[in-house]
Design a protein around this ligand. Structure first.
Ligand SMILES: NC(=O)c1ccc[n+]([C@@H]2O[C@H](COP(=O)([O-])OP(=O)(O)OC[C@H]3O[C@@H](n4cnc5c(N)ncnc54)[C@H](OP(=O)(O)O)[C@@H]3O)[C@@H](O)[C@H]2O)c1
Length: 335
């Protein structure tokens, strides 16, 4: 009987980095699609920092993955069997399909057909997929950048950050990245075209920010939080915008993370600080797909993936690379 290898949540993790005993590999029977459904053979699973939060049973923006359930993930693959008129065998698609070899899902609008002639399949869960949509809506809708302004983005060489800085450049802004180590910083400036990149691991972030942002900071796209956010807030210009997209420095924290010690700048500079979740723009995802695709085709948007080949059994160890900066670009697991 054909089977489907799945990564399921075996137990709730405590605080700290995820360990492999929180998950189990399960061989389930391969289901046939019912009327209106499709079966997708998954080729790439997107590994996202948010996965750390999705397994915690705490109040969040979506319910936690249940014990015994397939781990939630954006994935991309090909339709293998279809009982939906809009999808045919061989279509390349991406959606929330889980960490597994096959997914049987409703052929709804949440399943997006992608064009692999325009970009490789794995890119459609990276810069052209959810991380790209996050950068697009987060920067343009929350950050509201205007020509000539300075945009600072942390985790700048990664999936979301790399797209944020490039959109900032497209919009005529000064783009300043923050990333870990000289290689990532060189990539951010020399390949992605940011105006400057600060290596936070080299220390003295405040002085480096002052050098890189001589006119202050108008938009901060925050992916990291902690000390980096602390150093940014006092350099924000009056009526600046802070888009809180992620706080990855705290995802594996064993104690509650303190708020910014420079919180006072929000008052004195009358900052707008707004959290964002990409699904807030769910009805407009196709707009982001089209615009990002156009910029990518016009070579205005460079994207890289870090594809790991360890397979589903390497899910946890590969995911954990994100929290130590072990990835170079969008982290993807090949199935
Ligand atoms: N709100 C939303 O809807 C949404 C959607 C997607 C992603 N996000 C958030 O966006 C952020 C970036 O996600 P991504 O998928 O683009 O990941 P990514 O940037 O490709 O990878 C994560 C990067 O975070 C950096 N990092 C990890 N721990 C750090 C620490 N303690 N201090 C400083 N930097 C650290 C590392 O880069 P360095 O080597 O440069 O340190 C690492 O490579 C995450 O916070 C994520 O949760 C939010």
């Amino acid at each position: 009987m054909p089977t489907n290898l799945q990564v399921v949540l075996a137990r709730r993790p405590g605080p700290g980095p995820l360990t492999s005993d929180c998950f189990a590999l399960r061989e389930a029977a391969l289901a046939e699609p019912a009327d209106g459904q499709i079966r997708v053979k998954i080729a790439y699973v997107s590994l996202d920092p948010a996965m750390r939060g999705w397994v915690n049973d705490t109040r969040s923006y979506m319910p936690p993955v249940g014990i015994g359930e397939v781990m939630r993930a954006y994935s991309a693959g090909h339709v293998e069997a279809s009982r939906h008129p809009d999808f045919k065998e061989g279509d390349a698609v991406q959606s929330v399909l889980g960490v597994q070899q096959y997914a049987v899902v409703k052929g709804s609008g949440r399943v997006i057909k992608v064009d692999t002639a325009k970009a490789p399949l794995e890119r459609w869960v990276g810069g052209l997929g959810m991380p790209g949509w996050t950068a697009y809506f987060g920067l343009l809708e929350v950050g509201q950048p205007k020509e000539g302004e300075t945009v600072v983005v942390s985790a700048a060489s990664g999936a979301v950050g790399s797209v944020v800085g490039q959109i900032a450049k497209i919009k005529g802004c000064r783009a300043v990245g923050i990333a870990g180590g000289p290689d990532k910083c060189r990539y951010v400036t020399d390949v992605l075209g940011f105006d400057a990149c600060i290596d936070y691991k080299a220390g003295n972030i405040a002085a480096r920010l002052a050098e890189a942002c001589p006119n202050g900071i108008d938009v901060n796209f925050e992916n990291v939080g902690g000390d980096i956010l602390d150093q940014i807030l006092p350099r924000m210009n009056t009526f600046g915008r802070v888009a809180i997209c992620g706080l990855i420095s705290g995802y594996n924290a064993t104690e509650p993370m303190p708020g910014p010690s420079t919180f006072r700048a929000i008052l004195t500079q009358r900052l707008t600080v707004r959290g964002l979740i990409v699904t807030d723009w769910a009805p407009r995802i196709r707009e982001a797909v089209a615009q990002l695709g156009e910029w990518h085709a016009g070579a205005k948007l460079k994207i890289r993936e870090d594809v790991r080949t360890g397979g589903l059994g390497a899910f946890v160890e590969t995911l954990n690379l994100l929290y130590t900066g072990g990835n170079n670009g969008k982290l993807v697991l090949k199935v």
